[in-house]
Ligand binder design. Structure first.
Ligand SMILES: [Zn+2]
Length: 324
């Protein structure tokens, strides 16, 4: 019963995020106090060398939302505010950043996740401009790999006009994620508030359903690039690991939202974590591994340039940005 309630709470929380994807203003936006506008990184791209591979962080923008009870599940607001204060961050709101990564591996250019496209907050949707600024034309991307099917990660694959900017790219997605979201019976049985998220997945992938390549959990996608299964945030979320000349880069996707909260306190779960228990378990496992092995990580919602390392502190971890 408890599990069921958690699941429904998660659906409702998640769907608030998905409203943006469908073109409705989220309820909080209508009477929200003026929280100002988040500043966007300039330039909106940054490069990191991993062995022979260039990893380019490409920012899609930042969305500001009021900090409310429930953003972190089952943790009193005052405790969340204290954690933000400790990190030197404001306590009235949170700035959620969106950063995709491009791996340049020999002749190949692999884009990992696609940003909000034309469906997010007005301070998002910068991915294409920042790709151009980094010297990467969208039609030079040959592979798009997707971590999971939340709108902020897939909407940039198909704009409002139905077109994709990545005209030459093959699209690869986690097969477990595909099976979950593309199941019509599950969509029809889902609470009304969650149905939009299922429909959005069909909007994005429907026109290319026959061509999308689905990969198995932990599959090797090509030499030097493998999927690392990390379900919890969503049923089939995958991270991506690049390895070159003994160096590793792990794109952890939404393993943690804001690191000052969820890397620091791995047992805290953001409202968007669909299965909070599984999300906590995989967060602990991966953070421990990253700290031990000194892996460079990149996180979709980490503050730009979103690269860093993980170090154990007390019962949790610190995220230390890597300068690029
Ligand atoms: Zn996300």
């Amino acid at each position: 019963m408890l599990h069921r309630r958690q699941f429904l709470a998660g659906s409702a929380a998640f769907t608030l995020g998905a409203f943006g994807a469908l073109g409705f203003a989220p309820a909080w936006a209508q009477n929200a106090p003026d929280l100002g506008t988040p500043s966007l990184p300039s330039p909106g791209f940054a490069r990191l060398r991993i062995g022979d591979v260039d990893i380019i962080a490409v920012n899609d923008g930042v969305a500001r939302r009021p900090l409310a009870e429930g953003f972190v599940r089952d943790v009193p607001l005052a405790q969340v505010q204290a954690a933000l204060s400790e990190a030197g961050l404001p306590t009235t709101h949170v700035d959620i950043s969106f950063t995709a990564f491009v791996a340049v591996m020999g002749e190949r250019r692999i884009l990992m996740d696609t940003g909000n496209g034309s469906f997010g907050a007005p301070t998002t949707g910068r991915l294409l401009a920042n790709l151009q600024a980094a010297g990467i034309a969208p039609d030079s991307i040959d592979t798009v790999v997707i971590t999971h099917f939340h709108g902020d990660h897939i909407n940039g694959l198909r704009y409002r006009d139905g077109q994709t900017p990545f005209t030459r790219a093959e699209v690869w997605v986690p097969e477990v994620e595909w099976a979950y979201w593309m199941d019509d019976a599950r969509m029809n049985a889902a609470p009304e508030a969650m149905r939009g998220a299922f429909q959005n997945v069909r909007r994005v992938f429907g026109p290319i359903a026959g061509q999308v390549r689905r990969f198995a959990p932990d599959a090797t996608l090509m030499p030097g690039l493998r999927a690392v299964s990390a379900h919890g945030h969503t049923p089939g979320m995958s991270m991506f690991e690049v390895e070159s000349r003994g160096r590793r880069f792990l794109n952890v996707a939404d393993l943690s939202n804001i690191p000052a909260l969820f890397v620091r306190q791995p047992d805290w779960a953001v409202s968007f974590d669909m299965d909070p228990q599984a999300a906590r378990a995989v967060r602990r496992k991966i953070l421990s591994m990253a700290a031990q092995d000194g892996v460079t990580v990149g996180g979709y919602h980490f503050p730009f340039p979103a690269f860093g390392t993980i170090r154990a502190r007390g019962d949790g971890y610190d995220f230390t940005p890597v300068s690029t």
